[in-house]
Design a protein around this ligand. Structure first.
Ligand code: SAH
Length: 475
């Protein structure tokens, strides 16, 4: 349908801060999703796409600005896809995240559950991330000011984040508040150095251009890792940039490069070429009990580690406390990634069994157990939908507690069925998507009662919310 025939709604009050970071309004029976609005705003909405029960719109005129609004602190707000809730105060963000959990459990789950525990705020609300991935592009996103310039004065190259939904457009980032310094200094130095040299930035359509990606990782312990991804091998130029980085940022404990000649940006299957320092960085995490030994984790260039490490400790402690271990339990940790939760609980139980389908993550999990002299962990690499069967339980023993931390799409139905057959006393369900968590719990509700729910904010200024639910076997 051409846009002009799509509805235009006037004087609509925004009601809620909804899924995927879009604000929600209601016009008659139609739900309208509008990005970058705040509950309490009164706006005119141009609908840009329409489905049967909902539509997506754009606020084209503001009649009233909500009292809940705050001034976004980032100059890229509104263009960058990163922090869509920056126009809400942190207190309000927490309130709407808590509400989202409540709504999903009520509307999707339709089961009874105890009052949610108050959401745990993130200890840091800026500089909380330990990893940022930037893209080089010769087709930088142009704002109105750029467009007004004569073509020849305009710099087309950019280094930053993809514009949401536009795979070939990159927003040139001046400052990102997500990671502590020297993250911005490193990115800007790489940008200036490569532009001065006149090196080409990658074009994902023609697959031409030299500079491709830049990854910056750090740990609370103060380690920094930089990975530069080039599109082809050019030893002289690569050496120039890597030496420049090593000299400019002596605090880099791991400097790595990759030559990715493939058509896609995935580097997990590429060789990591160490230029300086160690091939990993080290993170520490306090023990969940007083006097317990803190854990050490090795993070390689492609290893998964929770991106808000300070809050990750609180998330794991929440799961640990809910499980209420006495010391003799057998625990399964499903979707264990690099075994962070497995190793976190292992010192306080009889045995912990981690399952995860990425083989390199399982290698990391083994390394992390060895590094911490933990000997009561066992790991399996495989698809849970296939691995978790009767033979698995016979081999590993019947678990008293299952901790599960699936990806956004939740657990496969066959995994839920298998858990129901296994019947552990307790299930601790850690989730990054409460819609699928609610769906999965609903499938288990006849056998399990929801006895505690603790939302945790891992990602300030975004709509994402992590949630831990305790399910107890009904007697
Ligand atoms: N618990 C971990 C990470 C959980 S992220 C931590 O806190 O660090 C979810 C993990 O599930 C990812 O590592 C992903 O690779 C894994 N995964 C996704 N689908 C899977 C499947 N079908 N079988 C096994 N693991 C899977």
């Amino acid at each position: 349908m051409p846009r002009r025939q799509l509805p235009f709604f006037e004087n609509v009050t925004i009601l809620d801060a909804g899924a995927e970071g879009k604000a929600v309004a209601r016009v008659n029976d139609l739900v309208v999703f509008v990005p970058f609005c705040v509950p309490g705003d009164v706006v005119d909405i141009q609908v840009i796409s329409k489905r049967k029960s909902y539509c997506e719109g754009k606020a084209v005129k503001f009649h009233v600005y909500s009292d809940l609004r705050v001034e976004p602190f980032c100059e890229h707000f509104g263009t960058c896809g990163g922090c869509r809730w920056q126009n809400l105060s942190y207190e309000q963000q927490l309130k709407y995240k808590q509400k989202q959990v409540d709504d999903h459990f009520t509307r999707i789950g339709k089961f009874s559950f105890p009052a949610l525990l108050p959401i745990l705020p993130s200890p840091l609300v800026t500089g909380y991330r330990n990893k940022l991935e930037y893209t080089f592009s010769d087709r930088r996103w142009l704002n109105a000011e750029d467009m007004a310039m004569p073509d020849e004065d305009r710099q087309g190259n950019g280094l930053g984040f993809h514009i949401p939904t536009l795979f070939d457009r990159v927003l040139d980032i001046k400052h990102c508040y997500h990671q502590p310094e020297p993250s911005n200094a490193i990115r800007l130095a790489v940008r200036d150095f490569t532009l001065q040299k006149g090196w080409s930035y990658y074009n994902p359509r023609s697959h031409e251009g030299f500079m491709r990606n830049l990854l910056i990782r750090n740990t609370l312990a103060g380690d920094w890792m930089v990975i530069v991804v080039f599109a082809y091998d050019a030893p002289v130029e690569i050496a120039l940039l890597m030496n420049f980085l090593a000299e400019s940022f002596p605090q880099l404990s791991s400097l790595i490069y990759v030559v990715n000649t493939k058509l896609n940006d995935v580097i997990t299957d590429q060789e990591m070429l160490l230029w300086k320092g160690k091939p990993y960085i080290t993170e520490f995490m306090e023990a969940p009990v007083e006097g317990g030994r803190r854990l050490e984790f090795r993070i390689g260039p492609v290893s998964f580690f929770q991106t808000n490490p300070m809050q990750a400790g609180n998330l794991y402690k929440t799961a640990f406390d809910m499980a209420g271990f006495k010391g003799d339990e057998l625990v399964y940790d499903l979707y264990c990634g690099t075994g962070t939760i497995t190793n976190f609980v292992a010192p306080y139980v009889k045995k912990a069994v981690g399952v995860e389908y990425v083989p390199s993550a399982i290698e990391d999990a083994h390394t992390n157990s060895a590094l911490n002299q933990i000997v009561n962990t066992v790991y399996y690499a495989g698809d849970l939908a296939k691995v978790l069967d009767d033979a698995f339980v016979l081999q590993n023993g019947h678990p008293d507690v299952i901790i599960t931390d699936p990806p956004r799409n939740g657990m496969h139905e066959s995994v839920v069925k298998q858990i129901l057959l296994i019947e552990p006393e307790k299930i601790v369900y850690v989730s990054c998507n409460t819609a699928t968590q609610a769906r999965d719990i609903a499938l288990m509700i006849e056998k399990y009662e929801v006895t505690a729910v603790q939302p945790v904010d891992m990602f300030p200024h975004t709509h994402h919310v992590e949630n831990v639910a305790l399910l107890t076997l009904r007697k």
